[in-house]
Design a binder for this molecule. Structure first.
Ligand code: PLP
Length: 391
């Protein structure tokens, strides 16, 4: 073959830094992983049972492209209560294969080639590649530890151009756990209205918020519902990563456009998973709070442990990640993470996997049991001592 069989825009996309790192982890034994962002809880039994029951009843076919009507009704009810925004279940809710598919559909439905998409960095690894795959131009806006990794309206304004079309938000944020104070969210909403930006708000961690902090979705602010695609799912709050169920809520015109792509590419999400997700919303929401409380206790432990080791670590208000500053070790993020893995068998993710401004930091996921976390922190302590941090 004289030319590459792979399209240029796909060739240009780097492999995920997380995957590369975890290929090394997989060749090793007895690693304590603070790496993958996945709840350590198993999906609550009544949700699994609902899926088993639906299989027993022989419900094994396709569903409507948009998703089971009873699930869409449950989603509209939940979103109205949790985010204080109403959507019409028949036309404004689309069930997807995880938030991952919803992000891809929304970007493909919204972007013409060359449209610019703004997003805050460090951020979830899929944002920049998903924008590029939809022929958009990724425009990262760096956030800083000094601001609690919140997006500053001023920093956003400086990067808006006549080609800006979409803003992607994810608060609480993967990988920093940062949240967005209401005042800043209002200032960002005002910029979106002024510059006619459409917002994709990824709310996947919106149930996992600590210290009694209130959560506001940008979709609930005045004049924002009509220009926002709200993305949410079941992976984190209900410990349902493997079921692959998410959803998008937006004005009917946008849902219709996303549905066209979804119906040809995916057809529908798995009926068994949709049955489980319905059970999660109808009877499962009280199950979220005990898991949230557990994460909060682990966060308290991990934040103190990193700070005690001389690695400055903000106290994130959400999600299940901490993003400690490893610069006192004199190592780069990659050197620190690889050294820790090889010498102490503890896996954390180098900060630059989430964008260039993550250099000097690592991400540690605390969705693992407290005894495991304690052992991991003991080993990180040994590693830092050997690097002579804090002496
Ligand atoms: N969005 C963010 C910010 C995430 O952290 C993740 C997974 O880690 C996803 C989306 C993917 O979610 P899902 O499992 O619903 O596809």
């Amino acid at each position: 073959m004289n030319r590459s069989p792979v399209a240029a825009h796909v060739r240009a996309i780097p492999r995920s830094g997380i995957r590369d790192f975890f290929e090394v982890v997989q060749t090793m034994h007895d690693v304590i992983s603070l790496g993958i962002g996945e709840p350590d809880f198993v999906t609550p039994w009544h949700i699994r049972e609902a899926a088993i029951y639906s299989l027993e009843k022989g419900r094994t076919g396709y569903t409507s492209n948009l998703g089971l009507p009873k699930l869409r009704t449950a989603i509209a009810g939940y979103v109205a209560q949790h985010f204080r925004v109403s959507y019409a279940a028949p036309t404004e809710v689309l069930v997807t294969v995880g938030v991952s598919e919803a992000i891809d559909l929304a970007l493909r439905a919204l972007l013409d080639p060359g449209d610019e998409v703004l997003y805050h960095e460090p951020c979830y690894v899929s944002y920049s590649p998903s924008i590029a795959l939809a022929h958009g131009v990724p425009v990262p806006v760096p956030t800083r530890a000094e601001d609690g990794f919140a997006l500053r309206a001023e920093a956003l304004a400086a990067r808006i151009t006549p080609r800006s079309k979409v803003l992607m938000l994810n608060f609480p944020t993967n990988p920093t756990g940062g949240i967005l104070p209401l005042g800043e969210l209002e200032a960002i909403a005002a910029l979106c209205r002024r510059h006619d930006l459409i917002v994709l708000t990824d709310e996947i961690y919106s149930e996992l918020i600590y210290d009694g902090t209130p959560h506001h979705s940008i979709a609930s602010l005045p004049g924002m519902r009509e220009r926002t695609v709200l993305l949410h799912g079941f992976s984190k709050a209900f410990a349902m990563t493997g079921w692959r169920i998410g959803y998008a809520c937006a004005p009917a015109e946008l849902i219709e456009a996303m549905m066209k792509i979804h119906q040809y590419g995916i057809l529908c999400a798995s009926i068994t998973s949709q049955e489980a997700a319905t059970e999660a919303l109808v009877r499962g929401t009280p199950g979220i709070e005990p898991m949230r409380r557990d994460y909060e206790a682990r966060r308290n432990y991990v934040v103190k442990a990193f700070n005690d080791l001389g690695l400055p670590c903000l106290r994130p208000r959400g999600a299940f990640y901490v993003f400690p500053d490893i610069r006192p070790t004199g190592r780069t993020s990659q050197e620190f993470a690889l050294g820790l893995l090889k010498e102490k068998k503890v896996a954390v993710v180098p900060g630059p996997a989430f964008g260039a401004c993550g250099e000097g930091f690592v991400r540690a996921c605390y969705a693992t049991s407290l005894p495991q976390l304690k052992e991991a922190m003991r080993l990180i302590g040994e590693f830092c001592k050997e690097l002579r941090v804090g002496s």
